[in-house]
Design a protein around this ligand. Structure first.
Ligand SMILES: Nc1ncnc2c1ncn2[C@@H]1O[C@H](COP(=O)(O)OP(=O)(O)OP(=O)(O)O)[C@@H](O)[C@H]1O
Length: 249
């Protein structure tokens, strides 16, 4: 794999990300209540928990897509301003691609970020190579297979070299082969220094990718532990049940 050319930005990381007393309410209910969470630079943080626990809400709050009723989010001491927003990216369960070619999807993201045309060409080529999409550069993005679309969504998201890449179940509609390709891409993304914060339902995937696990239950973070410890000796009862394959209510 070719090394990625620099995204043209030199700045300090927005990590660590710290949340304090973060509360999200809707429809008269408190859906998320995070007393404290620190996400530091390093290997991927995988967010696990049963359906409806609040995993997606947590990810959306951290990324600034929804606003908390109260509490504080600090990104290396800063509030969520425009500069911080530019240092983060998100990939959703279903890729949202432009009605343009594969290459143009990546090029557009770089253009919006302010990268000059001359620098974009080489970077687009390097990113498509990283996503194993070079042969598809001129194909309409929406005609790619599901797995290819998701690889494009990932390389487009990291095109501007964000400090944090949030991902909400990016492989939930993919088969094992396509999932493996995404996981391999994510390992390279992580090795290149981007912090991955990812929601998954797949316990095996969490084991394969995570450096640490954040376990969410009933709108609260019930544990945050290095991956080995989480799987060897989960501290909380809901996590123990979840890992044992029991119904977590
Ligand atoms: N805007 C909203 N208004 C009302 N309720 C909401 C809103 N957004 C989410 N919820 C509720 O908050 C709870 C947590 O939702 P969230 O999508 O974060 O769960 P999750 O852990 O990601 O679940 P899943 O694994 O099923 O995707 C759910 O009960 C959901 O119905």
């Amino acid at each position: 794999m070719r090394a990625l050319p620099d995204a043209g930005t030199t700045r300090a990381s927005v990590l660590p990300l710290q949340a304090e007393n973060l509360v999200f309410r809707a429809g008269g209910r408190t859906l998320l209540d995070v007393s404290g969470l620190t996400i530091a630079a390093g290997g991927p943080t995988l967010i696990l928990g049963p359906n409806g626990a609040g995993k997606s809400l947590l990810l959306r709050l951290l990324h600034g897509l929804i606003t908390p009723a109260s509490g504080q989010l600090r990104y290396s001491g800063q509030g969520l301003d425009k500069a911080v927003r530019r240092r983060q990216a998100m990939v959703f369960q279903r890729p949202v691609l432009l009605r343009r070619s594969v290459a143009a999807n990546v090029d557009y993201a770089l253009k919006v970020h302010g990268m000059p045309r001359i620098a974009r060409r080489e970077r687009v080529a390097a990113l498509l190579a990283m996503g194993d999409l070079a042969a598809r550069a001129n194909q309409p993005a929406r005609t790619l297979s599901g797995g290819e679309q998701q690889r494009l969504a990932v390389v487009r998201a990291i095109s501007t070299a964000p400090d944090i890449l949030y991902m909400d179940e990016p492989t939930s509609s993919l088969d094992p082969g396509a999932t493996q390709a995404i996981e391999s891409l994510l390992r390279r993304v992580a090795a290149a220094g981007t912090k991955i914060v990812m929601v998954t339902h797949d316990i095996g995937q969490a084991r394969r990718l995570a450096a640490e696990i954040v376990f969410v239950h009933g709108g609260r973070i019930v544990e945050q532990t290095p991956v080995d410890r989480f799987f060897d000796e989960p501290v909380s009862q809901p996590a123990r049940q979840f890992l044992a394959g029991g119904l977590v209510l």
